[in-house]
Each structure stands twice: as structure tokens, then as C-alpha cells.
Design a binder for this molecule. Structure first.
Ligand code: ATP
Ligand code: ZN
Length: 496
């Protein structure tokens, strides 16, 4: 016939939601995000279009205490209700021990996909699925950044993260034979600034033919239009469900003829003015879907009482800004490392700046705030190290470029470096004695070799099972008397 059979499939996607199942307030006061809002947006399309898919490109875990406390059960519970079709495994799915991830997978009615994570020579997760959507065979293939092995330290140690390009080069042609369209659902990241050690989504598009669309996550990139590499559109929906990605894929006679894509801001209510008492007046933009909002409200109450407990008051900003804690001393980094020394009586405390995830604003300090700063559930790990071994830690720290999570924050010590070389390190004001045995406290992530601190792995020591966040709470209450008016922010690190 002269008339081609036309079908449109709409694929919605989110990524890097990190516990942000609930709407939250942005800097302008607008209420944005929220899976309840996303549900309304997707349902509007489902009413007029039978061919809708919904995908998540990884990192549902870690970032909002209400979710973290319940191991992301709230997020998964409502994603089931929203009929999520598939999720890619992100690196943060390894933040907690494996049994937590396996439990999450058992809660989910959708598959957790990754084709390049292997154990004992076989894929450990489901590599791909093929869905029949309006007679079109849609393949969805998952890939996970190889960087996970380094970023996640001990929790992914038993797994092999195969090179994404190598796996894709054999897998994609096989999948192509069984499908009309191949979508790669990836947690790889886009753009420059990435290392040669791991594959980015743009490299995948460049090196591996046969992929029609890459739906990506990991770099939290706020794309406004697809990034097109080698003719393949790569899309990403920023982070925290602030944005909903929407790809309209047009087929004629079973072949892809056009892909249109938009990044739609997820806005529940916006500020339209102020009342006489100065309070914001809101206007609803997208009503929340009750079948998602109600269970989320319930889950929020479950953890709420504990999280709302006020543990102190600060008159100053305790600085945990990402760029700062990954490049220099801050008052909050000092407070955290000081609490580690206080709790264990160690000579020196070492923690990675990348583990400090937020600031604490002036005002009341709640348990929630401390858990937002330290969401990983890390414990304090005590090591007995010879000075000569301890020196290697600082030599490595000196090589870490500013801005990386591995940046070394300390207490009981100061260190200086120039051009990536260690120039001075003092423990309690004195040079390291190579023969002396020091008591060192670090977190369990670094003790297992996380963030490249492989020299800590295998040292004599033990896990105290003191949770870092609990230790900080105790320190604020007992040592600082629950009131912070100022805090030491003298540089403990100097780098040129
Ligand atoms: P994404 O969500 O896309 O993975 P991210 O902020 O986690 O983004 P990076 O900016 O690369 O990614 O941060 C990773 C850093 O987070 C690591 O280098 C490390 O410093 C820290 N980190 C990750 N997992 C842990 C953990 N379990 N314990 C302590 N620190 C961690
Ligand atoms: Zn993420």
C-alpha cells in the first residue's frame, strides 16, 4: 500500500532520583519534582496514547533520609504503581550491602538491568528485555559505569564490571536481530571530563553501531536537547525528578523514522506572590496523583518523628558544599573529623571529602540534617599503622586533583602538597615517625580501599560499627553542648 503504517511510542524517563520520591522546594520557593507529580504527567499521555513506556536510568538510592532509612522501599513501591517498565543499575545501587539490593529487586515489579556486570563469567543482572508495544519489538539494554568498582569500594568487590563497549559490540547485534528498536538504558554519563578508565554514553554511541536511542544518567546533566553523536540521540533528565524526559519515537512500517525529545520541568506548584504576612501564595501547576502521594505520605510519617528530632542549634553555616569539601578544609569537615578522633581516641582521623554530601544551614539542627550530610551509613574503622605506611596515604592524597571525592579531610594532622607532590605532613604537630605505630580512624569505605585508598586495605584494624552520622550527633550534643556559635575552619590542608 502507499500508506505506511504509522505508530508512535512515547518513552518517559528519569534518572539519578537519589531518594527524591517526594516533591521538594527549590531556591525560588516553587514546589518541584515528586513522583506523584511525574505520575500525573505520564498518566495524561497514557489517556491519549496506548503506547507509553516509563524508564529509570539508575541511582534511585541515597540522598533523602526518609528513603534511605527504608532502603528505598518508598521509591520502589510507588514506581511499581506508576508501572515503571525497567531501571538501569546505577553505581549508588551498591551503596548498601548486596542483600539490600537483592531485597529491592524482589520488591520491584520492574527489572533492574545491566549487561556488563558479571560474576563467575555470567551476567549477574538481567542484561536486557524486549517489550511488544503496539506490534513494535522494543529492546531495552542496561549498562552500568565501570567506575562503580572504584566509586563504591567494597560493596561491588565480588563483581566484574566489564568494559561497556566490548560487551555492547557483541550484545547489540544479537539484540537487534530480535527487535525493531534498540534503546540503551545507561548509567554512564555524558560529556568531557571523564576518564579513559570508564565508558561515557557518547563513547558508546560513537563506537557501537545499532543503537537507536541512549537514555542515560550518572552525570546529572540538565540537557535541553538531545546530544547527537554518530547520529544517535543521547538524552538525560538532570536529577531528582526535577525534569521528566519524553521521547516520541515515530515508526513507519515497523522502522524508526523520527525521534523527538523534550525535557519537561516537573513543577507541582509555583509561587505567584505573597500574602500580607509575607507567606508565599502558590498556584498548582500539576496536581499530585493520589495513588502515589498517599503511600508516600505514609512512608514519610514512618521515619518522620525520628528525623525531626532537634539535636542542636547552629548560628553559622556548616559548609559541606561539594566543590569545597572536595578541595579544601571547611568547618563542617573539621567538625566531622574531630568527632571521629573524639569517639575513638585515635591520633589521626581521615575521611574522604566526597562522603560529605551537604551543608547544615544556620538554625535548628535535626537528625535529618546530619543524615543528609552523611547518607551512606558509613562506620568508623580503626587501624594501627606504621608511620611509613601512613605516609603513603598522604602521598596518594597529594596526587588527587581538586574536586574529586577522594580529597582527604583530616583531624590530628595537617598536610601540604605542591604540584601533586606531598611537601609536609604533621601528626599532632610533629613529622611522621616511620617506625612509630599510629592509631588511625577512617570510615569503612576508605578502609576497604574506596576512593583509591588501596594502601589502607589489609592494614591491621577493626570496624567499630559506630555509625559516622550517630557519632556526629553525639559530638554536637555532648562536646559542643548542642550549640554552635563558631567552629574551627583553619586550613589543615594547603595545596599549590
Ligand atoms: P552519581 O550520583 O551520579 O554517582 P556522585 O556525586 O555520587 O554522583 P561523584 O561525584 O563521582 O558521584 O561522587 C563519588 C564520590 O562519593 C566518591 O568519590 C566518594 O568520595 C563518595 N562516595 C561514594 N560512595 C561512598 C560511600 N559508600 N561512602 C563514602 N563515600 C562515598
Ligand atoms: Zn546519581
Amino acid at each position: 500500500s502507499l500508506l505506511a503504517l504509522a505508530v508512535k511510542i512515547t518513552v518517559f524517563h528519569i534518572n539519578d532520583t537519589h531518594g527524591h520520591a517526594w516533591p521538594f522546594t527549590d531556591s525560588a520557593g516553587n514546589i518541584i519534582g515528586g513522583f506523584s507529580t511525574v505520575a500525573t504527567m505520564i498518566d495524561a499521555e497514557r489517556k491519549v496514547n496506548p503506547y507509553v513506556l516509563f524508564l529509570h536510568a539508575g541511582d534511585i538510592n541515597t540522598g533523602v533520609p526518609e528513603s534511605d532509612l527504608l532502603n528505598a522501599l518508598p521509591d520502589i513501591f510507588v514506581l511499581n504503581r506508576m508501572k515503571l517498565d525497567a531501571m538501569a543499575i546505577g553505581n549508588h545501587e551498591f551503596d548498601k550491602p548486596r542483600d539490600v539490593l537483592l531485597r529491592q529487586m524482589s520488591w520491584a515489579k520492574f527489572p533492574f538491568l545491566s549487561a556488563n556486570i558479571y560474576k563467575d563469567g555470567k551476567p549477574y543482572f538481567t542484561p536486557y528485555i524486549i517489550k511488544n508495544v503496539g506490534g513494535i519489538r522494543v529492546a531495552i539494554v542496561g549498562f552500568t559505569t565501570e567506575h562503580t568498582r572504584i566509586l563504591e569500594g567494597p560493596n561491588s568487590e565480588d563483581l566484574e564490571f566489564k568494559n561497556v563497549i566490548e560487551v555492547a559490540k557483541t550484545l547489540i547485534p544479537e539484540v537487534r536481530k530480535q527487535a525493531d528498536i534498540v534503546i540503551a538504558l545507561t548509567h554512564l554519563g555524558v560529556g568531557q571530563g571523564y576518564s579513559e578508565l570508564y565508558t561515557t554514553a557518547d563513547q558508546l554511541a560513537k563506537e557501537v553501531p545499532g543503537i537507536d536511542l541512549i537514555i542515560d544518567g550518572h552525570s546529572h546533566t540538565d540537557l535541553k536537547q538531545p546530544m547527537v553523536v554518530n547520529g544517535v540521540p543521547i538524552v538525560q533528565a538532570f536529577e531528582w525528578a526535577k525534569v521528566l524526559g519524553k521521547a516520541d519515537i515515530h515508526f513507519e512500517d515497523g522502522k524508526v523514522v523520527k525521534i523527538e525529545w523534550q525535557a519537561i520541568p516537573v513543577v507541582q506548584s509555583k509561587v505567584v506572590g505573597k500574602d500580607e504576612s509575607g507567606k508565599n501564595i502558590y498556584q498548582v501547576v500539576t496536581p499530585e496523583a493520589p495513588y502515589v502521594k498517599n503511600p508516600l505520605d505514609y512512608f514519610k510519617k514512618l521515619g518522620g518523628a525520628k528525623l525531626d528530632t532537634v539535636i542542636g542549634y547552629t548560628e553559622i553555616l556548616l559548609n559541606g558544599e561539594r566543590a569545597d569539601v572536595r578541595s579544601k578544609t571547611t568547618n563542617l569537615a573539621n567538625l566531622i573529623t574531630d568527632s571521629m578522633l573524639w569517639k575513638t581516641g585515635a591520633d589521626v582521623a581521615l575521611t574522604n571529602g566526597g562522603g560529605i554530601r551537604a551543608s547544615i544551614k544556620p538554625g535548628e539542627i535535626k537528625i535529618r540534617d546530619v543524615l543528609t550530610v552523611l547518607p551512606f551509613g558509613n562506620t568508623l574503622y580503626v587501624l594501627e599503622m606504621k608511620g611509613s605506611e601512613l605516609l603513603k596515604v598522604f602521598e596518594y592524597a597529594a596526587t588527587v586533583p581538586n574536586g574529586q571525592g577522594a580529597f582527604l579531610q583530616v583531624a590530628g594532622a595537617t598536610w601540604k602538597a605542591e604540584g601533586g607532590k606531598l611537601t609536609e605532613v604533621l601528626i599532632k604537630g610533629k613529622p611522621i615517625d616511620p617506625e612509630k605505630v599510629y592509631k588511625v580512624v577512617t570510615n569503612n569505605y576508605m578502609a576497604a580501599g574506596g576512593d583509591g585508598y588501596t594502601m589502607l586495605k589489609g592494614q591491621k584494624g577493626y570496624d567499630t560499627f559506630f555509625v559516622m552520622a550517630d557519632v556526629v550527633v553525639e559530638y554536637i550534643q555532648k562536646v559542643l553542648g548542642g550549640k554552635i556559635t563558631s567552629y574551627d575552619d583553619k586550613p589543615r590542608v594547603e595545596r599549590k
